[in-house]
Design a protein around this ligand. Sequence first.
Ligand code: SME
Length: 176
Amino acid sequence: MGEGKHHADYTSYSVNSGKEEILQSVFDSYEALSYDTRNWVANLANCSSLLWHAYHSMKVNVNWSGFYVLSKPKTDELILGPFQGKVACQTIKFGKGVCGNAASSAKTQLVANVNEYPGHIACDGETQSEIVVPIVNNGQVVGVLDIDCLTLEGFDEVDVKYLEQLAALISKTCDW
Ligand code: SME
């Protein structure tokens, strides 16, 4: 960490920055913070905070940002990981809901309107849109990154691009 810089300073985003700049900054901050540890709890906890503050600085009404991880020794179930926001469901089977579909298909799910998504799991009835990005390590899904939004169409292809880059970095910076 740079001289005189506090950990919390990583979550100070300029309100004048553009979306791509802020999402790149999340990537860069995560990279800097994860330099110290390969522990996935610590890294995903700080990443949840980076994402929460980044989206709020962009005035995107994010109500949940965080992770579900593989519920070892099971190979077909996710369990709640570090997050920011309200209490959420603890376990999700592969193939169930947006997170479970991202896990079973290993493909990003960009959901403009969760009310139209068959099988969406409503941890919070106020959520309107969602993005879930799988974290793949050695060909296996080890978790998913999940962000929920209180407005419709909260996320787009720019989010997909940057969050997939972030998920790839998360995969290689943690011990699973
Ligand atoms: N909506 C998700 C469940 C997780 S919460 O959004 C935090 C889903 O359908 O998988």
